[in-house]
Design a protein around this ligand. Structure first.
Ligand SMILES: [Zn+2]
Length: 181
């Protein structure tokens, strides 16, 4: 299991756009993730699809050139990643088929999320390079993060608690059902 070499530390972003929006989401469990990621290790986006344990590995969908996987350390319920199987660092290195499927998978996952969770909005984006907050800069991946009104601010004010009402396994089950619908 190589989630230790985990994806991005988007939360460090203080800039505009997605990184800024992510910085306002409060996700303390991500610190363990980030510390683990800094230790290095195998690329989990390469390793997990080779195993045939999609439920255990939280893989939601597979295409010909890429796949969708729940983020093990999410910013929100349903936070998932879409990536090519190929270990490529930059979007310009994607083949046409990979680039198309990446977007199509993101769209299919968003549609399933609409059905399963009815979020109020989404952040969809890519962090390229460590300066942009990428924790796994060698393997390009697209984040799909569902957002709800007030998800950035209500519980952290009340205590050291962020409400993530669903476990990852429950999220996988619900999204999986919505994908197949
Ligand atoms: Zn990789």
């Amino acid at each position: 299991m190589c989630f230790v070499k985990a994806e991005g530390d988007m939360g460090k972003g203080k800039g505009q756009g997605m990184a800024g929006a992510m910085a306002r989401l409060w996700a303390p469990w991500r610190m363990a993730y980030i510390k683990e990621a800094e230790k290095g290790g195998a690329c989990f986006l390469c390793g997990l699809p080779k195993q045939k344990k999609d439920r255990a590995n939280l893989i939601l969908a597979r295409g010909k050139t890429g796949f969708a996987i729940l983020n093990k350390y999410p910013y929100n319920n349903g936070h998932l990643l879409v990536a090519p199987y190929r270990h490529v660092a930059d979007i310009e290195k994607l083949t046409d088929a990979e680039a198309l499927e990446l977007m199509r998978l993101a769209g299919a996952m968003k549609k399933a999320m609409d059905r399963a969770f009815r979020p109020h909005g989404y952040n969809v984006g890519v962090n390229l390079g460590r300066a942009a907050g990428a924790g796994l800069p060698g393997h390009v991946h697209l984040h799909v993060v569902p957002r709800w009104n007030g998800d950035t601010n209500f519980m952290p004010l009340l205590g050291d608690t962020k409400v993530l009402p669903l476990t990852l396994a429950e999220t996988w089950d619900l999204l999986g059902r919505a994908i197949r619908r």
